[in-house]
Design a binder for this molecule. Sequence first.
Ligand SMILES: [Zn+2]
Length: 492
Amino acid sequence: MFAIALFAAANAKAQHKCGVTAEAGKQIMEQMLENRNEMRDFVFTRGAITYVPIRFFLVAKSDGTGRTSERAGFQALCLLNQNYLDQDIQFYIKEFKYINSTSIYSNPTSFSGSNAIKNQMIYNALNIFFVKEMSEEGVLGYYQPPAGPQGNDWIVALENYAGQDLVITHEVGHFFSLNHTFYGWESSGGWSEAVHGNPVGNMSPDNVPNERVNMSNCTVAGDGICDTAADYMFPSNNCSYTQNAKDPNGQLLTPDIHNFMNYVYSCTSYNFSNGQKSAISNSLFSNSRNYVRPNYSPNLSPVTGSPTIISPQQSETIATYNAVPLEWTALPGADKYLIELTTAGQETARVIANSNSIVLTNLLPNKSYLWKVMGFNESSTCGGFSGQRIFKTGGLLSDTFTVPDVAKWSIAPNPVKAGASFFVNMEATEAVKASISIHSMTGQLVQEFPQTDFNAGENSIELSTNDLTAGIYFVTLRTKNDFQTKRISVLH
Ligand SMILES: [Zn+2]
């Protein structure tokens, strides 16, 4: 009984697969053959790295909820750079694009979903859409041909599988003109002796010549690549092939279960064959892909490890919920940081900072927030998150908040003209060290003035507005014990 129950449970689980259909496979095959022809006399430069930009679309429902995370982009980029670097391809983040579209979010292959995707496409980077749901159960991702700006050329993937070899690396393989190693068997759901015979016939269920083990028809059969073994689709969830399928000559198959373009899950490592790699370079340097070779060299500093949170202290209460400064150690190579904040009853919030501190201006009053931070740059996203810390927000607006070291302080003139200087005037109850920082409305640090000694009594410090464009800014005065934030308005 127990065994039967287990078997039923395993069968009930949807088979994971890629959404590239037999029809899409045909377009991919045509593209590969066209590239092969176009690139016949092309001289490839050895050892030169090609930098390929990626735009990650983080899709939310139309009402803005449920947005997929930047982390999916980080995982995907990290994985792609591991798996394609031996082919001299380095990917980097061109940008994150935040779009709200329920049809893309939950049904990307529907008519309205694919129309909405088409409308979002910008042909100056490889475009990858992260969604929460797929139209068809079991589908983890897909590539939509045809290639090039006159075609479609996008990838859609489930956010939760962004870090998986057989999803992201596989779909980018399709983008670079590779078909499944079992091309021609997509609609069959996998070979079975009862349905497809053993040996199999000359043609696959989708009417592609069945590849023979002796390679006699390998350029026109199956995936059209000779050094990938004959394969009639043997999906597996535990990295194995245990069947006894025979080709039309009666020879037993030995499919490559470690190929990125197969459906064999849970292997510890995967690879592309040399023939696949050559199809990938043909695709990358073909005219249809001029748009992913912009001749830009990204920041290549590796970012490893994780930052350490400096402040607030664990469980510290920040009285002002509308001006909460966060600070952490700078990470070598990182020029951006992703901060994640969670609080009960709310979706996880994410903010990107351009330095190792930020003032959050849009938190809720009287809440506990759990937060962590990681560093990255456009090409290096494999670092880890810091440990988590909790802070609490109070119920006060920053303008009414007072700190014990400072009796009172003010900014004058306010408003101030851009280009003019202004003064921070402070009355200290005793000699105190304080630093001043200026953040934009969106929380980015725009100016910082190092810790300075202030005397007991009246102090006045002149600051310049040189780098500030017109707008509202937050000026934060921070002492060892606390901080206070005021708004300043910079005019044209
Ligand atoms: Zn696929």
